[in-house]
Ligand binder design. Structure first.
Ligand code: SF4
Length: 386
């Protein structure tokens, strides 16, 4: 089901958010940020940034014209050209992405809180997820939280100025009992808090999608996670195409689609561009961007974290590929970007998750709110009408 987005929560369709486990501070395991995955560009963490040549500046100028003047989406070739620019281009990519975000979406930032309402014990084998029952990770399976706990978390989310609250379940998909609980909670949370309610509960069938829409679910999270060509390397218990089908059902029944990615699992730059094109085709309202926070005991537990500069490049590329979406900071931003989190916001992001993290890693909501204030980014609800 999830995979974190709604801040890295669970995932088969989820936000991926770190869950509490024995790893108190992954940065201690990775004192030096390393690039993730094979790349066609030289690794950069130890190479000084240099100026761009005329051909490289022309690639940036062409993207600017397409997005700000022609107001069209970039194609695969243009995205590959941007992805191949040297690290000296990252600040220019970020500056262009920020302008594209302002032009296509406006200045506002959306805040969301997420709650893992049913944690662990998932039968799927997503190699990045500590909530899979198949791995030796230390996340304990817990039953669905009771209504009081869910409402308490939602009220705390509302008190932070958030407009969206996502209920996340670590499941392949909802069975009848879980679906009934969700259908009961969604209108209750909406009525009691005034928040838009999102859900992340894995793979849906047509009837389940219809019932969720009818119950008032505002947005449904189901991440693609990674490119179709790389997906079988990290998940074997369900297919990438099943995720796409759930995404289609979400849109068909009138819910906003939240469909994101997890970077840093070993995918190549070309596969990241492939994913961007696939996301253009799925056409989500929101795209949460997660960075792998390697969980002990999972098959990807020893992967290096994505380097901060590399993360900035891909945040900018996500905005340039998907100019009109709500682009949300999700799981892993603290360990990946560290002190550069504000730069990420200025590289095309216009949403983030605060509060209610089931993690020991996230920084405080007040730090995030102060960052937005310093960046002169007003907080408000965003919708698919951007
Ligand atoms: S193992 Fe389960 S909870 Fe984890 S990402 Fe996969 S489907 Fe979601």
């Amino acid at each position: 089901m999830l995979n974190a987005g709604v801040g890295a929560v669970p995932s088969s369709s989820h936000y991926r958010r770190p869950v509490p486990d024995a790893q108190e501070n992954p940065t201690e395991r990775h004192p030096i940020a390393l690039r993730s995955g094979p790349a066609t560009r030289p690794t950069t963490s130890d190479v000084p940034l240099g100026p761009l040549n005329a051909a490289q500046r022309a690639v940036l100028a062409a993207a600017e014209t397409a997005l700000l003047d022609e107001r069209r989406l970039l194609g695969s070739g243009e995205l590959h050209a941007l992805a191949a620019l040297p690290d000296g281009a990252v600040s220019s990519l970020a500056a262009l992405a920020h302008q594209v975000r302002l032009s296509w979406c406006g200045p506002s930032v959306e805040i969301e809180g997420i709650l893992s309402a049913k944690t662990g014990g998932c039968p799927e084998d997503c190699h990045f997820c500590s909530q899979s029952a198949r791995f030796g990770s230390s996340v304990k399976a817990t039953p669905f939280l009771d209504t009081t706990e869910v409402l308490k978390a939602a009220r705390e989310t509302a008190s932070l100025g958030a407009s969206e609250f996502c209920i996340v379940l670590a499941v392949r998909g909802p069975d009848d009992r879980l679906l009934a609980r969700i259908l009961e909670l969604v209108p209750l949370v909406q009525r009691e808090t005034g928040l838009n309610v999102a859900v992340s509960a894995g793979i849906l069938n047509n009837d389940q999608a219809r019932e969720l829409a009818q119950s008032g679910v505002h947005r449904y999270n189901h991440n693609l996670e990674t490119a179709r060509s790389f997906f079988p390397s990290v998940v074997t218990t369900h297919r990438w195409e099943e995720r796409v089908e759930t995404c289609r059902l979400v849109r068909r029944h009138g819910m906003e689609l939240c469909c994101g990615a997890l970077l840093g699992m070993g995918e190549s730059d070309a596969q990241r561009v492939e994913l961007l094109v696939e996301l253009q085709e799925v056409d989500p309202t929101e795209v949460p961007v997660n960075f792998l926070n390697p969980r002990p005991g999972t098959p990807l537990g020893d992967r290096p974290v994505v380097a901060a500069w590399e993360a900035l490049r891909w945040i900018a590329l996500f905005r340039l590929a998907l100019p009109g979406v709500i682009l949300r900071y999700a799981g892993g931003r603290e360990v990946t970007l560290r002190d550069l989190q504000a730069m990420g916001m200025a590289a095309g992001m216009n949403a983030l998750i605060v509060g209610n993290y089931l993690t020991t890693l996230g920084r405080s909501a007040s730090d995030d709110l102060r960052m937005l204030e310093d960046l002169r980014m007003p907080v408000s609800a965003l919708t698919g009408t951007l």
